[in-house]
Design a protein around this ligand. Sequence first.
Ligand code: CA
Length: 226
Amino acid sequence: MRILIVEDEKKLCELIARALKAERFAVDEATDGNQGGLLADSYEYDLIILDLMLPGMGGAEILRRIRLKNQQVPILILTAQDATDEKVRNFEAGADDYLTKPFAFAELVIRVKALLRRGPVTRASVLRVGDLEVDRLSQHVKRAGKKIELTPKEYALLEYLAANPGRVFSRTMIIEHVWDQSFEGLTNIVDVYVRHLRSKVDDPFPTKLIRTVRGVGYGLGESVDS
Ligand code: CA
């Protein structure tokens, strides 16, 4: 899951990013409105955390622009303003949740997870593909009832594929969702992680779930297009 934070208080932005990275999210940070607007336009985020008072383009304007193009991405508004009519305006403009500063990071993380759970892809917290179960709350993975231990990146990759069973993702799409902006390695990082994942999720079991589509990328479970 990839999250964008638009927040001009650099220290706060960093702390939010740290709290979310600790929860295994890929995080991009923008510290002014123009940069935030540009990133929101350029990448397909799974969630956006948006401060209202920003230098450059304001948060309300960024919100409006995102909603013109993308109705689905969950948006959490962050602000010092506690005025009710301001909240109402932003909800009407398409915000999904609202957090007033100062807030506890634990609360932010809970809200982020809640928004992602009801996100556009699937509303279930447990993803099931064949006999594989991926619990997005506890981040536990089981196959045929047996628990599988994964590293954070292996988990993130599996969760991304499991959220869209049957769909094939290119290496670039996978990198954009599972890694973050600071990632500048080669796309074969995906092949490496898929290999790790296969050794844990597929090799011990008779039925193979991870599919390689030559020249396209990877998917999980039955193909929906063949
Ligand atoms: Ca601000």
